[in-house]
Design a protein around this ligand. Structure first.
Ligand code: AMP
Length: 105
């Protein structure tokens, strides 16, 4: 059996995080090693290794969740980057789908 990722352990409450927003399907929390003034990670609670595995129906729901995180954090006002790495060659380190929302450089 594969080992659980750190983000799955965060979803299960086994590892702490600084929560920004939570819904039935998604969780947003601050990156532990921020690369910008605002650096939030946004994940589905259900496990997907990366974006290639993701379900388009869930992505449609996730869009409004991400937009809400942008408004809550103020990132929508100052502009932001939204990034997901897909695969080790692209620099992905945690193999549970996540979007980086970064703002304020
Ligand atoms: P990536 O390289 O796209 O897979 O990004 C993984 C991100 O997860 C990095 O920006 C890390 O700083 C962040 N990270 C790793 N462990 C934790 C954690 N326990 N809590 C919050 N962020 C984390």
């Amino acid at each position: 059996m594969r080992e659980k990722t750190v983000f799955e352990m965060i979803v299960e409450g086994k590892i702490p995080c600084t929560k920004v927003l939570e819904s039935e399907d998604f969780l947003a929390f601050n990156d532990i090693n921020p690369k910008a003034k605002i650096h939030i990670l946004i994940i589905p609670k259900k496990h997907f290794k990366d974006f290639q595995e993701f379900e388009p129906e869930l992505m449609a729901k996730m869009t409004s969740f991400i937009q809400e995180v942008a408004v809550l954090s103020g990132a929508d006002k100052q502009g932001y980057k939204l990034l997901t790495r897909c695969g080790a060659a692209a620099g992905q380190e945690v193999f549970h789908l996540h979007f980086h929302l970064m703002s304020g450089f």
